[in-house]
Ligand binder design. Structure first.
Ligand code: FES
Ligand SMILES: [Fe+2]
Length: 445
C-alpha cells in the first residue's frame, strides 16, 4: 500500500500543508508542465465541449483540473454560488452541539442553536479577525466549563457559548456578541451591532448546506428530484456510522467524476464492484438542472453479506435490486445500498488538492443489530478497500493532467455523468443551470 493516500487522523478543519501528504511526504506532482491557456480560451472550449452530443463527447482541457485562474473562476461562478453540504444532523443532534470545518477558505461553525435552528457561522472574530477555534491551537472554546469536546468525532463538540481565545469576547450560539471586556471607552460601540457573521444555510433531508454567495435559489427547489430519489432511506433519521478523512492530491472534479461513472468498474474495480454491478448494465437518468442519478443493477441478487444490515423496508423495490449513485451539483455525493447510504464530502483546497470525507449513514434499526460492531468494522474495511482503488486512479489521472502528453479523450456512453457535469459547468458559465436554456438530454436504458 502506498503511503501517499493513506487515510489520516488529521482533525477536521485542519487541512494539511500544501503539497504535503498524510505522511509528510511530498506528492509526486510536477506542476505547470504546460503553459496554461488564457481563461477565456478555457471557458470557450468548455462551452464547445459541453455542446457536443453524448456520442461525440470528449474530456475537457487539462487546465480545468490544473489552472489557478480557472480554479479562481470556478470558486466565483460554480462553488461559492452553490449549496455545499457541510454536516448531517446526526453529527450535531442536540442544542449546543457544533461542528468546525473550513470550506473554500472560510473557517466555519455549524451549530445547533438553543432555539433548535441549525446555523452556519463564521469562526472569524469580529474584534481582530482571530479564528475563535483555530485548529491545533489546543483551545477550541471548551475550557472554563463551557462545554466538552465530543470524543471520537473530529471537529464536533458541545458548548453553551463561544469564546474567542484572543481577548475573551464571547458569543451566543446564534452568533450574537454576549460579552466583551473593557470596551466601555470605545465611543459609539454597541454590542448589539456586533456578532459572528451568519452564512445562508438550509437543512434538507437531514443535511445542513451552506450557500457562501448568499444568492442561490432555495435548496429545496433545486433538489426536488433528488429528494424523491432518496426519500425511502429517510436520511433525516439516519445516523453517521463511519467517517474517514483523506488527503487528495487531485482536483475535486476528478473525484466527483470518478464517483459518478461506473465505467471504471471494468478496470479499477474489476475484482470488487464489477462482478457485483457490471459496468455495461449501469445507466444514467435524463438530465436534470441540479442533480444526476445513475443506476447500478446487481448482476445477481447478492445473498446477504457479512457486513449487511436489514434492508430498509421503506425503499422502492428497485433499490433492493441495485445500488445507485447521486450527485447534487456541484459536489454533494451519495452512493446507496439497500441498507445504507454512503456520503462523500469533498473540500476543494486548490486546483490540484482536495480533502475528502468518506462517510456512511445507517438507519437507527441497524444500531440495534446484535452484530453491529462486527458488521461496522467489516463495512469500514470494505469502504477503505474500494476507495483505495479509486484513490489510486484519481492520483494517477491528476498527474496525467499536468503532463504534456495529455490528450483529450473520447467518452463511452457509460460516462454520461461526466458529460452531464461538463454541461453543468458550461451552464454555470452562462449564468444558468442545465435544462433551463437547452433541452434536457434523455436518459439511458
Ligand atoms: S480577536 Fe477575538 S476577542 Fe479579540
Ligand atoms: Fe470507483
Amino acid at each position: 500500500m502506498s503511503t501517499l493516500y493513506e487515510e489520516t487522523t488529521v482533525k477536521a478543519g485542519a487541512p494539511p500543508a500544501a503539497g504535503v501528504g498524510a505522511t509528510g511526504e511530498e506528492f509526486p506532482l510536477f506542476r505547470r508542465a504546460r503553459k496554461p491557456a488564457p481563461l477565456d480560451a478555457i471557458l470557450a472550449e468548455l462551452q464547445a465541449t459541453a455542446e457536443l452530443p453524448l456520442a461525440q463527447a470528449r474530456t475537457l482541457p487539462a487546465e480545468v483540473y490544473t489552472d489557478e485562474a480557472y480554479f479562481d473562476w470556478e470558486l466565483d461562478h460554480v462553488l461559492r454560488p452553490a449549496w455545499l453540504c457541510l454536516a448531517h444532523i446526526s453529527q450535531i443532534p442536540q442544542p449546543g452541539d457544533f461542528l468546525n470545518l473550513d470550506v473554500l477558505g472560510e473557517p466555519l461553525i455549524v451549530v445547533h442553536g438553543k432555539d433548535g435552528v441549525l446555523r452556519v457561522l463564521s469562526r472569524v472574530c469580529p474584534h481582530r479577525a482571530m479564528d475563535i477555534m483555530p485548529p491545533g491551537f489546543g483551545y477550541d472554546g471548551h475550557q472554563h466549563g463551557l462545554g466538552d469536546r465530543r470524543e471520537g468525532v473530529p471537529g464536533c463538540g458541545h458548548t453553551r457559548l463561544f469564546l474567542c481565545p484572543y481577548h475573551h469576547w464571547s458569543f451566543e450560539l446564534d452568533g450574537r456578541l454576549k460579552a466583551c471586556p473593557e470596551m466601555q471607552q470605545a465611543e459609539g460601540f454597541c454590542r448589539d451591532d456586533v456578532g459572528l457573521k451568519t452564512f445562508r444555510a438550509e437543512t434538507w433531508r437531514g443535511w445542513i448546506f451552506v450557500n457562501l454567495s448568499g444568492d442561490a435559489p432555495p435548496l429545496a427547489e433545486q433538489f426536488t428530484e433528488l429528494s424523491a430519489d432518496i426519500a425511502g432511506w429517510k436520511p433525516e433519521t439516519m445516523k453517521l456510522a463511519l467517517h474517514r478523512e483523506w488527503d487528495c492530491p487531485f482536483n475535486w472534479k476528478v473525484l466527483v467524476e470518478n464517483f459518478m461513472e461506473a465505467y471504471h468498474h471494468l478496470g479499477a474495480h474489476c475484482k470488487t464492484l464489477q462482478p457485483l454491478m457490471p459496468a455495461k448494465n449501469t445507466w444514467t437518468e435524463a438530465e436534470r438542472a441540479h442533480s444526476v442519478r445513475v443506476n447500478l443493477p446487481f448482476k445477481n441478487q447478492p445473498p446477504p453479506g457479512e457486513a449487511d444490515f436489514e434492508p430498509i423496508p421503506t425503499l422502492d423495490p428497485e433499490h433492493h435490486a441495485q445500488m445507485a449513485v447521486f450527485l447534487g451539483h456541484p459536489s454533494f455525493l451519495l452512493f446507496s445500498g439497500p441498507d445504507r447510504l454512503f456520503w462523500y464530502r469533498i473540500e476543494p483546497l486548490g486546483p490540484d488538492r482536495s480533502r475528502l470525507h468518506t462517510m456512511m449513514l445507517l438507519p437507527e434499526t441497524a444500531l440495534a443489530d446484535p452484530d453491529y460492531a462486527q458488521k461496522l468494522a467489516l463495512a469500514d474495511q470494505m469502504l477503505v478497500d474500494f476507495h483505495m482503488e479509486d484513490m489510486e486512479v484519481c492520483i494517477a489521472v491528476q498527474r496525467g493532467f499536468f503532463a504534456t502528453g495529455y490528450q483529450r479523450g473520447r467518452l463511452s456512453h457509460l460516462e454520461m455523468p461526466i458529460w452531464l457535469i461538463q454541461r453543468y459547468l458550461a451552464a454555470r458559465a452562462r449564468g444558468t443551470y442545465p435544462t433551463l436554456d437547452r433541452p434536457a438530454a434523455p436518459g439511458q436504458q
